[in-house]
Design a protein around this ligand. Structure first.
Ligand SMILES: *Cc1c(COP(=O)(O)O)cnc(C)c1O
Length: 478
């Protein structure tokens, strides 16, 4: 970073500014006690550059960024919704930031963790929760380890998990990491699970259960969901629900009522934490009563003496994260749930579905929609039949030229040249209409000026990258 600043800044100005590094806020005598003088450096090679240059440099860089605070971010399967700024203020309150999980007086924070576990229980119908997993995929792994331990505790060894081809990519990866092998089910023409294939697969006595994303990555709700969970249960399996896509289900439909035993949620998608840059996430796991003893330790329980933490349980899969997980993400989710209440959450679900269907109906006038059904939070277009061999990649790059972010591309794999679009409930009709206008303009360009698309983006700071060269000869530093 510092070398960048040195390269970019006008060296003439060096020396004008003496003190942009903030003064130390620790008392010198205190510091002397903590740090020996021999450990301290005499000078730091920080360039001496006027504050205004630094500010302009970083503002210029930040203007090149795109985020949900800039405009629509229709990245399917990611729920890039607007995150209310008040949650950022709340999470910075000293009661949440100037506390350590090992200090004794922390009933406030433990109470928050306890209450949000109950709220998530109400939202999903589950009996017990752990808030420790740091992401959706981490939650999946924890859920699968619970399934494994559950069967082991009964003296049964089961080594396979059923995962449909419409699942999120993390599902088979997590199952594999937990030591299972995967049986893939091929979706039917409605994007749903063929029951006869499921029944057949469950005949294999080695199957521990199924992992399902519902609505799946096509944005399709499996109408036979209760049949599916019944078949799995009747054959001795457990049902795992990937709840990263819970946004359209909020207040409308609960994984427990669909027949699931374990669910993970993505607080950083559904419950309003800024995400996308690989920052902290939170993937709590909810389970039915029978599986509560297998949850990671420590667990929180409410007693006459307040909320206490239970450290020991023979059946628990053990500790999976330091302390209580990514606390800041959990605080934001708590504030979000309290602010919206049950009616507000239901409205989130309804508008997420309405917005996605509004786009689906208007965009399929030009683009091909292979699974043409009422969708939930998202839907998937294909680049088949687009004039002049224009591909999904060309369209995605051209979208950037119009100042908006592109949808998820080439996923799910079951749609050729997929463009997976999820607008979320926080986009206004005006913003959705602008997206449609851009997509229609691009469609006209595919007929009239295909070269424009093949060389897109035209006006971004970085032009089309040579993906092959980047993979073969990556330059990993500047
Ligand atoms: C995002 C997502 C995941 C993975 O969540 P991470 O927090 O990125 O690990 C899993 N399943 C679905 C359906 C998702 O959309």
């Amino acid at each position: 970073m510092i070398s960048n600043i040195q390269l970019i800044f006008d060296k003439e100005n060096e020396g004008n500014q003496q003190n942009f590094v903030p003064k130390m806020d620790i008392d010198q005598t205190e510091l002397d006690e903590i740090l020996q003088a021999s450990l301290l450096r005499k000078d730091l090679p920080i360039p001496n550059i006027p504050e205004i240059n630094i500010v302009r440099h970083f503002i210029r860089l930040s203007n090149k960024n795109y985020g949900v605070d800039t405009g629509i971010y229709p990245l399917g399967s990611c729920t890039m919704k607007y995150n209310p700024k008040v949650n950022e203020t709340i999470v910075k309150l000293p009661g949440f930031t100037r506390i350590h999980p090992l200090q004794e007086e922390n009933q406030g924070c433990l109470g928050l963790l306890y209450h949000i576990s109950k709220q998530l229980g109400e939202i999903t119908g589950m009996d017990g929760f752990t808030l420790q997993p740091a992401a959706g995929a981490h939650g999946e792994l924890v859920g699968l380890l619970i399934i494994k331990k559950y069967f082991e505790s009964k003296g049964i060894k089961k080594q396979k998990i059923i995962v449909p081809d419409s699942a999120h990519g993390t599902n088979p990866a997590s199952a594999k990491m937990a030591g299972f092998s995967i049986i893939e089910l091929i979706s039917n023409e409605f994007g749903e699970i063929p029951l006869d294939q499921l029944e057949f697969a469950m005949q294999d006595g080695d199957v521990a259960g199924i992992m399902l994303t519902n609505p799946n990555t096509l944005g399709v709700f499996d109408r036979q969901i209760k049949e599916i969970t019944r078949i799995v249960h009747e054959n001795g399996g457990l049902c795992y629900y990937d709840g990263a896509n819970l946004n359209p289900m909020l207040g409308i439909c609960r994984p427990r009522d669909m027949g699931f035993d374990i669910v993970h949620l993505n607080l950083h998608k559904t419950f309003s934490t800024p995400h996308g840059g690989g920052g902290p996430g939170s993937g709590p796991i909810g389970v039915v009563k029978e599986l509560i003893p297998f949850l990671p330790i420590p667990c929180l329980i409410s007693t006459e003496n307040g909320i206490v933490c239970r450290e020991i349980d023979n059946k628990s899969i053990g500790r999976i994260k330091a302390f209580w997980g990514n606390f800041g993400v959990i605080v934001r989710a708590y504030a979000y749930i309290l602010a919206l209440g049950s009616e507000g959450l239901k409205k989130v679900g309804q508008i997420a579905v309405l917005n996605a269907n509004y786009l689906r109906i208007l965009l399929q006038q030009k683009y091909i929609l292979p699974y043409n059904r009422i969708c939930q939070h998202e839907f998937v277009l294909s680049d088949q039949g687009i004039p002049n061999d224009i591909t999904t990649e060309d369209i995605a790059k051209r979208i950037l030229d119009y100042g908006i972010y592109a949808p998820t591309i080439y996923f799910p794999l079951i749609v050729p040249g997929a463009l997976m679009i999820e607008p979320t409930e926080t986009e206004s009709k005006q913003s959705l209409d602008y997206f449609i206008e851009v997509m229609n303009k691009i469609y006209e360009e595919t007929k009239q000026n295909p070269e424009l698309l093949k060389n897109a983006p035209q006006n971004m700071p970085v032009k089309r990258l040579d993906a092959v060269l980047a993979a073969r000869k990556p330059i990993l530093h500047d």
